[in-house]
Design a protein around this ligand. Structure first.
Ligand SMILES: C[S@@+](CC[C@H](N)C(=O)[O-])C[C@H]1O[C@@H](n2cnc3c(N)ncnc32)[C@H](O)[C@@H]1O
Length: 362
């Protein structure tokens, strides 16, 4: 078993040679586990380190690993800093890999393609922007290397529109790293100057034809910022790109108090949708209990299904129904995280009661 397996200690699942047929195990994993694990598997598969018939299996006693003694590294890395590596995916596209978190940003189809599928197309950004007369506000949670924000800008650059992007991150290091490798990453090309200004001064205003952009970076801990009174005076979002690291790695970004506060901060009369890459039952139950309407989100190439939440059912194409609710009731991992500590548990009686009362299921 490789270093990769060490990343997955939290999930207590291991890679093994295929015994069962990939579909079964991936489906199983998809509903209960999350991005870090899936990304690592998909990445390993993508770069050809394991045969097409890799399966995920539950560990036996011997297959439960000791705690990692060092951060695993991808051999396909083409260059590195202390904290980030530039990795080349099997399709030739480059992405960033966080050494400390052991997670690759957009690991399978690459940064721009994932951002296109998950945010631009799913949110129907072009159509919504074209039809909107005022300033369209995007909250970009987890700026990282800015692939989501820049892909949205590029996809709408021919429109006569005004965009305000508020990015949140507690570091601008990935952005600085990405600027250094803009040519290899591709999606930054043509946006090096505004990206540099954002990294340096935390704010940039620029025009691209008839597209006007105001972009600011709120540097700091997102849950702390959200809980503060500062969050109340931020421009209300029409769309939220929600892209932190996975819940086991980054539990503080996936708690019920965080999503409850996020929901309360939205303008009730302004439709807003929040897509995210996870499709876990835990996340979906959390979003519902926070007050959102929740549906199955588009496939991204990395995942056959993601999640979309909104403050109005009109932005949800495929709302979760009673079948999902019944599955959630049986799931061993559906209870929201109430604190920044990752744990998996079935729904509590209180959560189950509240879920059934949600307008989406009545
Ligand atoms: C997967 S990366 C985001 C990739 C990015 N959206 C892109 O397009 O390149 C996750 C980001 O979430 C940020 N993050 C994690 N925890 C955070 C926190 N508590 N507050 C603010 N940002 C956080 C990380 O610093 C990291 O840059």
């Amino acid at each position: 078993m490789s270093d990769y397996a060490n990343c997955w200690l939290n999930a207590r699942i291991c890679l093994c040679g295929n015994l069962e047929g990939r579909g079964k195990w991936l489906t199983d994993l998809d509903s209960n586990q999350d991005k870090g694990l899936q990304r690592a598997l998909c990445y390993r598969y993508t770069i050809g380190q394991c045969a097409a018939k890799v399966a995920l299996c539950r560990p036996t006693g011997k297959e439960i690993f000791a705690a990692p003694s060092r951060a695993p590294c991808y051999p396909a890395s083409v260059t590195a800093s202390a904290q980030y590596r530039l990795v080349r995916l099997a399709n030739g596209v480059h992405s960033l890999h966080s050494v400390t978190e052991c997670e690759t940003f957009h690991p399978v189809i690459g940064p721009a393609a994932e951002a296109e599928a998950l945010y631009v197309r799913q949110l129907r950004l072009r159509e919504r922007l074209a039809a909107y007369a005022g300033e369209f506000v995007i909250w970009d949670v987890g700026l990282g290397a800015a692939a989501n924000a820049l892909t949205a800008l590029r996809a709408t650059r021919d429109l006569n529109c005004a965009l305000r992007i508020i990015s949140f991150d507690h570091t601008n290091e990935p952005l600085r790293f990405a600027i250094e490798y803009a040519e290899a990453l591709g999606y930054l090309q043509g946006y090096e100057a505004p990206a540099r200004e954002l990294a340096e001064s935390g704010r940039v205003t620029f025009a691209d034809g008839a597209q006007k952009t105001e972009w600011e970076l709120r540097l700091g801990d997102f849950p702390t910022l959200l809980a503060s009174s500062v969050a109340e005076v931020l421009p209300k979002p029409h769309a939220i790109f929600f892209d932190p690291f996975s819940p086991p790695k980054n539990p503080a970004m996936w708690t019920l108090p965080l999503f409850t506060r996020l929901f309360q901060l939205l303008a009730p009369d302004q439709p807003c949708a929040l897509p995210t890459y996870s499709r876990s039952t835990l996340l979906r139950a959390t979003l519902l209990l926070a007050g959102f309407h929740v549906g199955a989100g588009h496939a991204t190439g990395e995942k056959e299904e993601t999640t979309i939440a909104a403050n109005t059912p009109s932005l949800i194409e495929e709302p979760l129904g009673r079948r999902w609710l019944e599955r959630a009731r049986r799931s061993h991992s559906a209870e929201p995280l109430h604190t920044a500590h990752y744990c998996q548990a079935p729904l509590s009686p209180k959560s189950w009661e509240q879920l059934q009362q949600h307008p989406q299921f009545r």
